[in-house]
Design a protein around this ligand. Structure first.
Ligand code: GEM
Ligand code: ZN
Length: 375
């Protein structure tokens, strides 16, 4: 039996793989960081049959509550990911699976590879309304890429989306795939009307280094990008520094920052109620955005989510808080679950890549219904 993680977004350390009934593994920390939770590895065993895998350090991971009622994902073909029997005893996460083929991949959530990221960018640039812009390079030397869709113009709004500041939250880039695909669909009336009303700046992956490295939450040097928005630097957080500079150049009328949440089995939003400039106009825009999304899809809900920030108490190092305050604009963090939407569960796949992509398509409808009210 061989277990490896020497591939794009791979993360595991083998402690003991001599007995298929008692495989012992550990998740590696993000580089120069205390965070860990993302895992992605391949198990090869032509003997096939029953395997019991223990991730022995799960109990000290970043979000231990994320393992409660969590089921790991697996794939034989690296395209179709399904949930496998998983349990957590407070210390170790145990995966039980009977192999039906010689090789199988296991992961925390459906991976989104750097190759697929490049395909997303380069397919999008083929569209006449889409420009592929490179703002600079990350600390590992990868492009910080933005898709500009549409053109600025008199009375047109400027809409920014960023995704995967936290690289292990791969559902964020699946979301962007759906959002971009619909926005570039010449047969879609919502998309075509939106391009008459707004120009879009879309960052499908804010953290390509952390993605390839198999990190949960940080970039190449262990920095949490979603705590860098007040004072980013080229030395620690060039990803944020360069995107923020571009935002200051273009202005922002609507901002969405796309994430995943380890513990809450829901889709939800986190707003800007705690920023100093929060007012009835922003509160009204937030409510309209949510009301439309609630009407469009039962995958969204507005009962469960993060505790609300007290007035003036928002953490302005967080993207949606800093952007909301800097531009006095509607700014949301959008969260999807690593587990499932427990209000509409799918027991075979849980929340997954396809549902994330469809949710991205649905959010475009909310953007359409608020675009005229943004200023
Ligand atoms: C969260 S976002 C924190 C709360 N955001 C707002 N707008 N109040 C983080 O970075 O901790 C997002 C995430 O990690 O998924
Ligand atoms: Zn996140």
């Amino acid at each position: 039996m061989q277990i490896s993680s020497a591939f794009d977004s791979g993360n595991i350390r083998v402690i003991d793989a001599s007995d298929s009934a008692n495989i012992q593994l550990e998740i590696c920390h993000d580089n120069q960081s205390e965070f860990y939770q993302w895992f992605h590895f391949k198990l090869h065993n032509p003997a096939q049959g029953a395997h019991t895998i223990h991730i022995t350090n799960a109990g000290s991971s970043a979000y231990v509550e994320g393992w409660q009622d969590y089921q790991a994902v697996a794939s034989y073909d690296r395209e179709h990911w399904f949930r496998v029997e998983t349990s957590f005893d407070g210390q170790q996460l145990t995966i039980e699976h009977a192999l039906e083929h010689d090789s199988i991949y296991f992961a925390y959530f459906a991976p989104y590879s750097y190759e697929r990221h490049q395909d997303l960018l380069h397919n999008a640039q083929l569209h006449i309304d889409c420009q592929l812009q490179v703002l600079g390079q990350t600390l590992d030397g990868r492009d910080i890429s933005v898709l500009k869709v549409g053109e600025e113009g008199e009375g047109k709004k400027v809409i920014w989306l960023t995704a995967r500041q936290h690289p292990g939250e791969t559902m964020a880039e699946w979301f962007m795939e759906g959002f971009i695909d619909r926005l570039l669909d010449d047969d879609d009336g919502v998309a075509r009307s939106l391009l008459n009303k707004a120009v879009f700046y879309l960052v499908p992956n804010m953290n390509p280094d952390g993605s390839v490295r198999g990190h949960l939450r940080t970039n190449a040097v262990g920095v949490n990008l979603n705590r860098e928005w007040q004072t980013p630097s080229m030395e620690k957080s060039p990803e944020v520094f360069l995107v923020r500079e571009k935002m200051l150049e273009t202005g922002v009328d609507l901002f969405l920052d796309i994430h995943g949440d380890e513990a809450l089995p829901y889709n939800f939003v986190a707003g800007s109620e705690g920023i100093p400039s929060y007012d009835q106009r922003l509160a009204g825009l937030e409510q309209k955005f949510k009301d439309i999304l609630l009407a469009v899809t039962p995958e969204f809900q507005d009962e469960k989510g993060y505790p609300k920030d007290e007035p003036g108490q928002a953490n302005l190092t967080v993207a949606s808080c800093w952007v909301g305050e800097q531009f006095k604009c509607l700014a949301y963090t959008i969260e999807m679950p690593f587990k499932d939407n427990c209000l509409l569960p799918d027991y075979s796949v849980g929340w997954n890549d396809a549902r994330s992509s469809l949710f991205g398509r649905d959010v475009l409808t909310s953007v359409y219904h608020v675009v005229d009210d943004l200023r």
